[in-house]
Write a protein that binds this ligand. Sequence first.
Ligand code: GTP
Ligand code: MG
Length: 199
Amino acid sequence: MVSDYRPGKVEFIGGTLDPSNFKIPDLPCIVFAGRSNVGKSSLLNMLLGRKIAHTGKKPGKTRAINFFIVDDRIIFVDLPGYGYAKVSHELQEKWRKAVDIFLRHPCVRGGIILIDIRHPPMKNDLILFNYFLSIPLNFRVVLTKADKLGRNQQVRMRNLISKELKIPPSELIVTSARTGEGAEDLWKVIFEMTGVDLS
Ligand SMILES: Nc1nc2c(ncn2[C@@H]2O[C@H](COP(=O)(O)OP(=O)(O)OP(=O)(O)O)[C@@H](O)[C@H]2O)c(=O)[nH]1
Ligand SMILES: [Mg+2]
């Protein structure tokens, strides 16, 4: 059963900004993408049931493409935040190129795009979303930080984001790294994308 699945073994195998020279094990990869501070590393930790990816109160915490092997079968890839204005233009461009190269790697079986449930999609969310639409990659949108809103507000924001992205509300997975909400649905999606069922 997926419901209370937590991996037994998780291994951080390193990070890179030069994916063409980084040896990626021959396993299916799932990529976590979204603007800086949206909660990528926190969501990854929630799914993995341990604090292995570094998180931060300020945007710009994750600065490389980081790889985690889950139970020897699936790789989770934590990306630097998209469009983080406070790093130099040069470094942003380096991140963008590295991510662009990496997303074309045959190991990549699916993407998870994160959007903060509290706000309508921002410019950087939309750029990333449209970019994912433009490449041949299976992806799902996840709404983060649901614990920061009450139930009614969650429903209202999910409907609003659904309209803006033209995705049915039922396909937007509502999550909270704090309460663990959404873990079950998200694992199900990850198992479908990778063709690996760890539960
Ligand atoms: N209340 C609440 N806070 C969250 C949640 N997810 C993340 N946060 C907080 O949001 C901040 C940013 O989280 P990160 O996981 O570091 O965000 P990130 O997307 O990895 O950010 P970068 O690495 O900078 O791109 C941290 O202070 C987290 O504690 C959540 O579900 N609920
Ligand atoms: Mg991060």
